[in-house]
Design a protein around this ligand. Sequence first.
Ligand code: NCD
Length: 307
Amino acid sequence: MLKGRHLIDSMDFTKDEMKEIFDLSRDIIDKPEAFAHICDGKLLATLFYEPSTRTRFSFEAAMLRLGGQVIGFSEPNSSSASKGESVADTIRTVGCYADIAVMRHPKEGAPKVASMYSSIPVINAGDGGHQHPTQMLTDLLTIQSIKGKLTNHTIGLCGDLKFGRTVHSLIKAMSRYEGNKFVLISPKELRIPEYIKNEILVKNNIEVIEVERIEDVMETLDILYMTRVQRERFFNEEDYIRLKDSYILDGEKMKKAKKDMIVLHPLPRVNEISYEVDNDPRGCYFAQAKYGMFARMALIAKLLGVK
Ligand code: NCD
């Protein structure tokens, strides 16, 4: 039963519950008009303490397309956070007005804290360098829809694996499906955190290799997940400048890839994928952004328990 639950971590839902969300997403994609009023009279609050385009807009679009309405802030300076209010007090107040809330916060764990004080479902829309579970739903719905299955993929994750929260959520989620292998492509300084490696990959005996050059592994991949170097999480600008262009996926590198490999990216892209790849049918990152809205429509409907 998903009604009334929170979504804070990629592992909060069972695989069966995830399937419920993907099945509903598919139904919405096939027949959006049948769902256009299921959230009539419901209110979503978007509490964004950090910048966002896709996540906030796709949540807002999702709620509006279900017939519901949206309140919120996209700038903490325009809320009482700037006066020093805690997330606990903010969510207790928001729960008096709205039926469901989405929170993005620069501090790891802030949405979790909010959920502990909340009378309404709280969805984590990204907490610092930690987790991004609705991007994970987006990514899995995209993979399921385009590749037809969530099992037996060789998944390359490239770029900032240290601070990239989307990568952390995706590894956790995909490691629950049989036969998936991971190829981690990053500079030494931006390798995956040890806790993800040990608690998820090593503990579950999942095949994983770590490399520094994308060219060496390109032809083995079924999915290539590119990421942006997370400038806002660096302590100094010099390190960012040194690492920011570590990987640029271009037409030349794509020549080595399988004909049915897909390239995903949570976006925003900075330099990691050159524009020529946009015309390659394997570049699926804008389709992925669209799947994100449908996944969020299904998630909102399930947490509110509307039919
Ligand atoms: C990602 C994020 O915010 O973590 N963006 C998104 O939600 N699609 C990725 C990023 O900012 O690099």
